[in-house]
Design a protein around this ligand. Structure first.
Ligand code: GLU
Length: 424
């Protein structure tokens, strides 16, 4: 694999512009028709709502809610809902486009969408969160649909919020379709294996990349940034495969131990510590900004977007980056990663395990027949290995990075959908 044809994208204030910059590089390389490029540069639908919610103190607070459907060329749109203070129209649009590409890379019969509410879920009570989630579901009753647009968890949300949204949607529409939302608790139609799926996809992609690099899992060490749903499962599964985890961290604290961190201990600690790592004693606490730069072979950014800046990229010591989060690498850092010959398994491939098992959940809901965890995991691993191979082959064929290779894989599939379905 060579990186010679990847141009350094310019700095972008807008996240969506940054997505378009990479889309343009891939489109040019693969000779994508101008018409298809034009269609994909514009999201299909953007919805913004105001959500007045009675807070516990009796006062009304008004929240901004978003849902953007980027594309529906390969099927109904699919994508999570995030609750975070920095949610805005531009970010949701970028994340929706990534979902289109992610679903296409994983070869799922879906387009892409994303939603979000601008709020601080950590500062809200359970009751406030429930009222806010229900208000959002009601406001989106004409957007969501089992064959229309299917949400799922993302940053700041989990099965709990999905259950409230499902219940409210069904109450408002009079339907009873569990498949209108995925990432649900098992008792109400969730899929076994969905909780760990994004981390599992990170693990499968890491092993596939190490194989290409002729490295054995037992000979490498890894740093995982983020210890939420993605990072904690990724760290556990990677360590179960014999990879030594030398660094972990969440928003409360970061840790390093060159001898290896016992991930089971870290998980037990976090479970008893409100889901946070602050105070963990199985490693030395280090500054947050040092975690990405620690000596390691594999780096898994599984927390926030835009953490790998140009400056960080130039100091990163890992040979392999596997992007558990959405958009952890700034476009301006891509060329440094390529010049340093670091292999980077991009987000739209590396974290597609979550939406892949969301798809399995939707299929099971439609069939009303549920699979064992082993069946889910086996099907997931097969799909993920195929997706990795397809991206790797495109990166090789087009002499480009895996990131642009992944965009090409996605665009090759979406192009067929756009052309076959036609336009007005
Ligand atoms: N929010 C997850 C993602 O960004 C999962 C989306 C889904 O399952 O629909 O991939």
């Amino acid at each position: 694999m060579s990186t010679q044809t990847v141009n350094a994208p310019q700095a972008h204030d807008s996240m969506f512009e940054a997505v378009l910059a990479r889309l343009d590089v891939a489109a040019k390389l693969m000779n994508l028709s101008e018409e298809v490029t034009k269609v994909l540069r514009n999201p299909k639908k953007e919805v913004k709502v105001s959500l007045p919610v009675v807070m516990d103190n009796g006062k009304i607070e008004v929240f901004e809610g978003y849902r953007t459907v980027h594309s529906t060329h390969l099927g109904p749109s699919k994508g999570g809902i995030r609750y975070a203070l920095d949610v805005n129209a531009d970010e949701v649009k970028a994340l929706a486009a990534w979902m289109s590409f992610k679903c296409a890379v994983a070869n799922l019969p879906y387009g892409g969408a994303k939603g979000g509410i601008k709020c601080d879920p950590r500062a809200m009570s359970v009751g406030e969160l429930e009222r806010l989630s229900r208000a959002y579901a009601k406001a989106m009753k004409d957007v969501f649909g089992v064959n229309r647009d299917i949400p799922a968890p993302d940053m700041g949300t989990s099965g709990r919020e999905m259950a409230w949204i499902l219940d409210e949607f069904n109450k408002v529409t009079g339907d009873d379709s569990p498949g209108v939302i995925t990432g649900k608790p098992i008792a109400i139609g969730g899929s076994l294996g969905r909780d760990a799926a994004t981390g599992r996809g990170v693990m499968v992609n890491t092993l596939a990349a190490l194989k290409k690099m002729n490295l054995k899992p037992t000979d490498v060490c890894a740093v995982v940034q983020g210890f939420g749903n993605v990072g904690s499962h990724a760290a556990r599964l990677l360590s179960e495969k014999g990879i030594k985890i030398v660094g972990i961290g969440d928003h409360t604290a970061s840790f390093y131990n060159e001898k290896g961190i016992n991930i089971k201990d870290a998980l037990d600690f976090s479970a008893k510590n409100k889901g946070t790592l602050k105070g963990f004693t199985g490693a030395t606490e280090i500054a947050h900004d040092q975690l990405l730069l620690c000596k390691c072979d594999v780096l898994v950014p599984a927390a926030l977007q835009n953490v790998i800046t140009e400056e960080y990229a130039s100091k990163i010591q890992a040979k392999l980056i596997v992007e558990g989060a959405n958009g952890p690498t700034m476009p301006e850092a891509d060329h440094i990663i390529n010049e340093k010959k670091i292999i980077c398994v991009p987000d739209i491939l590396a974290n597609s395990g979550g939406v892949t098992v969301s798809y399995f959940e939707w299929v099971q809901n439609k069939a009303g027949y549920y699979w064992s965890e082993e069946e889910v995991n086996t099907k997931h691993d097969i799909k993920m290995e195929l997706a990795f191979e397809n991206v790797w082959n495109n990166a090789t064929t087009f002499k480009t990075s895996m990131r642009i290779g992944a965009y090409i894989s996605a665009l090759q599939r979406i192009e067929q959908g756009v052309k076959l379905k036609g336009s007005y």
